[in-house]
Design a protein. Sequence first.
Length: 160
Amino acid sequence: MKKIIIIVSSLVLIQNFLFAAEPLRKEALRMAPDFTLLDLENKEFSLSSLKGKPVILFFWTTWCPHCQKELKLLNTTHAELLKNGVELVTINVEEPADKIRRFMGTYSLSFRVLLDIDLKASQAYEVIGVPTYFLINKEGRIVFNNHYFPHEEYKELISK
C-alpha cells in the first residue's frame, strides 16, 4: 500500500511540475512585484524604473551549470533584446559581489547584475531553484516564468 501512495504522490508532483511549465494563462497574469536592489557598482536599481517596458528577469547563481549556459546565451542575445526594446535584468541570488565580479570577468558578461543578498526579490517572486526566468509585459504583468528562456516565442509572450 505504501508503494502505491508513493507512486501516486510522485505522479501528482510530476503533473504539477508539468502544469507549472506552461506559460501563464491570461486570467492568471499577476503584477510583477517591485523591488530595489544594489548592483555590482553599489548603485540602487528598482524594477519600477522600467515601467512601460517589457522586461526579462533572470535569477541565477555562479555555481549552477545551467545558469552558466543561460548567462552565455543571454550575453550573446543581449544586444538583440535591447534592439527589440526588451530590458534584461539579471539577479544573482545570495552570493557576494567579489565572487560575482570574478565570475563575470571569466565569462566576459556585459550586462548589469543585481545582488539579492537577503533574498527579498527571490521571495517576492517565489523563486524555487535557479535558473529562473520571468517575462514581464509593458503593463507590468508576469506573462511567463520557468527555468528556461522561450527563445522562439518570447516576443509573442512579452507582447501580451
